[in-house]
Design a protein around this ligand. Structure first.
Ligand code: PA5
Length: 472
């Protein structure tokens, strides 16, 4: 890795401030001064919580030497011997691997000829739509495929159903060696997957007990798929380490961008900005926005605070893609309700340059584009959107990536995780639980008649019956 591409990400907060977008909507120095103590306390909570409880993710950039070596070895074997690598998982066990794949691999990876790909074709199956499972099986040969079953709890219905379907097919088509086609990524002792892994001799990687699903991209959940794709996972961890270094022991919002961002979002929430739009201006980062939506939504959307008070807090995360969504959503962002904070992700140097050809000299309204590049076009359109939002007095800020590489992607992941932890601390909530998700999982178990969920089944039965007149 050349040293010049080990550059830090930066955040431009100007358009969040009253100086820029005016005192009515913008964040004033007074607002910032008021939250400074709360922000400093959140930074302290981060430092004090490191590695404890569900904050094991803070240590992942530092404590995985052996695991990383084992992952790289396994990835090389997979790459050499298989044509397809399929992740079976959902939520935090799927969104990170897919986001990193899209950010750091060729945008048409699976369509490239094998020689140009240098890695297996890659699929993340995070739904149980029967048509999707059938479609996957139509395009892969299971004999040439490794399935990475990822589930922390080892009991998620979606993932375990996928496991059952695939293991049945593997047994029938491959026989005794079927177990070589499954790699399990799960908890060291809890759940069913670890039991199955031991009973069947699957290669297994572990999710530390102190790392929750949506904070797990930098452990084997994300590192194994990334390494199989040829991504430099040490660089990703280095990027994360860099951001952690900036944030550690740093309660100053003016030198800790993750803390400034959390403080500004906190102020925005208190001013009724209930929506957080994540809008990368790069196709490769489109699914980073998906990953962010889970992190933000599941971590901060909480009914009660740590004192047991009902707070119903959180911001609804919305994903958008620049420039595509300028032609669908930006109208709403500039003229609709004043209820959003827009986070733009900018890329300074794209990995490719595409020139816009000449050939329309007689049409000045098209000719102005000729001789420029798509790089200039996407950049100017991003600046134009920032300007339009500024002009409409809408809170927006821009995260600037010098370029998209393993180092900056590692930074981005850690940045959002730490920002989320800071904001959760400022909101005085449990950032790391997900009772709302568990409720849905439990209701599904009950509907299937799983033992131990009889009371839930009765509860569901006693819900009011649907009225025909409202089904039209
Ligand atoms: O963040 C979370 O905890 C959830 O989104 C989980 O990742 C998701 O529900 C999948 O859980 P598991 O990995 O246990 O299958």
């Amino acid at each position: 890795m050349k040293p010049e591409i080990k550059k830090p990400i930066r955040v431009d907060f100007n358009n969040m401030t009253a100086d820029f977008i005016g005192g009515k909507e913008g964040i004033s120095t007074r607002d910032l001064n008021k939250v400074k103590p709360l922000a400093a306390a959140a930074a302290k909570a981060y430092d004090e919580g490191r590695g404890k409880g569900m904050m094991g993710w803070t240590e992942l950039p530092y404590n995985q030497e052996e695991t990383v070596a084992e992952i790289i070895k396994t990835a090389a074997d997979v790459s050499k011997n298989f044509e397809n690598f399929v992740v079976l998982g959902i939520g935090g066990s799927a969104l990170g691997p897919f986001a990193v794949f899209n950010a750091l691999c060729h945008l048409r990876h699976n369509d490239l000829p094998k020689k140009k790909r240098n890695a297996p074709r890659f699929f993340v199956e995070d739904n149980v739509d029967p048509e999707r499972m059938t479609a996957l099986l139509d395009v892969i040969d299971v004999k040439k495929t490794v399935f990475n079953v990822i589930t922390k709890s080892g009991s998620t219905s979606e993932t375990m159903s996928q496991y059952l379907i695939i293991s049945d097919i593997l047994k029938k088509k491959i026989g005794a060696e079927w177990n070589k086609h499954i790699i399990a990524t799960t908890d060291t002792k809890n759940g069913n997957l670890i039991k199955l892994a031991r009973a069947n001799g699957f290669k297994t990687f572990y999710i530390p007990a102190s790392v929750g699903g949506r904070f797990s991209e930098l452990c084997p959940v994300g590192l194994l798929p990334a390494a199989v794709l040829g991504i430099d996972i040490r660089e990703m961890l280095d990027g994360a380490k860099y951001i952690d270094g900036v944030c550690a022991d740093n309660g100053d919002i003016f030198s800790n961008a993750a803390l400034m961002s959390a403080a500004m979002q906190y102020i925005a929430i208190k001013k009724g900005k209930n929506i957080s739009v994540m809008m990368p201006y790069a196709d490769g980062l489109k699914y980073m926005a998906d990953w962010y939506c889970q992190l933000w939504g599941e971590s901060l959307g909480k009914e009660s605070d740590l004192n047991g008070e009902k707070v119903h807090t959180g911001q609804t995360p919305v994903k958008a893609l620049g420039v595509t969504d300028q032609h669908s959503q930006v109208q709403l962002y500039t003229e609709g309700p004043f209820d959003k904070v827009v986070t733009i992700i900018a890329v300074e140097k794209f990995r490719k340059t595409v020139k816009i050809a000449k050939g329309c000299e007689e049409y000045p309204n098209v000719n102005f584009l000729c001789g420029h590049t798509l790089n200039e076009l996407i950049t100017n359109e991003r600046i134009a959107t920032e300007y339009a939002l500024f002009r409409a007095q809408r809170l927006n800020h821009t995260i600037i990536l010098p370029s998209v590489n393993a180092y900056t992607v590692g930074q981005l992941i850690m940045f959002f995780q730490i920002e989320t932890a800071y904001l959760g601390a400022m909101l005085n909530i449990d950032t790391f639980n997900q009772p709302g998700v568990e409720e849905g999982k439990n209701a599904a178990y009950a509907l299937f008649g799983r033992a131990g969920y009889e009371a839930k089944k009765e509860e569901i039965k006693s819900a009011p019956k649907k009225k025909k007149k409202f089904i039209i």
